[in-house]
Design a protein around this ligand. Sequence first.
Ligand SMILES: Cc1cc2nc3c(=O)[nH]c(=O)nc-3n(C[C@H](O)[C@H](O)[C@H](O)COP(=O)(O)OP(=O)(O)OC[C@H]3O[C@@H](n4cnc5c(N)ncnc54)[C@H](O)[C@@H]3O)c2cc1C
Length: 399
Amino acid sequence: MESGRIVIVGAGQGGFQAAASLRQEGFRGEIVLIGDETGLPYQRPPLSKAYLKTGVADELELRPAAFFEAHDITLVNATRVEAIDREGKAVVAGDRRFPYDHLIIATGTRNLRPPIPGLERTVDLRTLADAARLRDHLAGPRRIAVIGGGFIGLEFAAVARALGHTVTVAEAATRLMARVVSPEVSARFLDMHRGMGTEVLLGQPVAEVTETGIALADGTVIAADMVLLAAGVRPNAELAAAAGLTVANGVVVDTQLATADPDISALGDCAVFPDPRTGRPVRLESVQAAVDHARTIAKRLVKGSTDAYAAVPWFWSDQADWKLQIAGLSSPEDDSVLRGDGAVLRFDGDVLTAVETINDGRTHMQARRLMAGDAPLTRDALAPLDYDLGPLMKASRGR
Ligand SMILES: Cc1cc2nc3c(=O)[nH]c(=O)nc-3n(C[C@H](O)[C@H](O)[C@H](O)COP(=O)(O)OP(=O)(O)OC[C@H]3O[C@@H](n4cnc5c(N)ncnc54)[C@H](O)[C@@H]3O)c2cc1C
């Protein structure tokens, strides 16, 4: 389609990118980008990193207001879409209706709220408004407890500790970032955080948040005057479910990010799609996935492209002066091979699933390039090279 009206619900990373990519691909119709936050669309990664230190919000904006005017993108902010009327082909927000020819659901995620008594005493780190509140909290000396030893909890812990606050991280699993990295990388980050003076408690779910701190399942009490909840997220998929679309840990889409309704697509953190390599349903929480999904949808809608979304996933996390980068997607039970230089290669059987590096952008880029090739990389091919990706890079350039 080159004309008509495309409505995008959710004005975050992926929703914004969909609007921009539609114009880039030559879409001449109307684009309406509806989001429930105030202000211009912004990037979230700095919220748990640089922004906590600098407090400069302008730098987070994905584009200035002039961009939306110049590209004729109607941004409707501070507006929460409450329903999708599929028969009438419109979305509903209060007494307003926004008709669409095509709808893109880009509603992202929200903080997971485990059933812990006292959870209302915790603070979140999801939005710019949350981060601004947190910055205010950090203005004076604090005893901080963080519930969750994943990317966001640990990034925040590293910043708070560097600012001189007392920090305890409580993680229910027996290792840090267990869902996304190898035991070897978990262990290195554990040492690093403990070395900074952060108390890290593993294998203990938080049982209660009290007025004076948190209590763990074994009765340990940690005094805290601020508790950050960073125990994972849930996809915002209720809109889609209520409209009769298939939802299973997110809005279910095919390899081209299309739902079963030909007039509705979904992308980013809220979308579940078949992993191009394994066919397994996956939902990624990363900027790169949201951006690439948006581009795939724009090409399909405007140019009729039948290309599947097949990008190699990659992730990063900045904790203190360590940049963790992950190319590919592993399962917690995948094997690990630890290279002499600290890089970790993960394998599902014989097949390379991910490469984890710390402050090693070169290996990360090599892994991304090689994993994008047609044939999977195997242990048989890598072992004789001592798992060095360099020779394979040279060989691939020579082809
Ligand atoms: C603190 C933090 C740090 C992060 N760091 C990294 C990082 O280092 N690297 C990385 O790759 N990723 C990082 N991420 C994740 C990354 O920000 C997300 O993967 C990315 O923003 C996903 O884009 P999205 O468009 O799917 O969702 P979002 O960017 O979350 O946008 C969804 C938008 O939809 C809105 N919305 C939801 N429901 C409705 C509704 N009914 N009506 C209207 N609007 C609605 C939401 O309020 C939100 O504004 C981080 C996230 C956070 C919170």
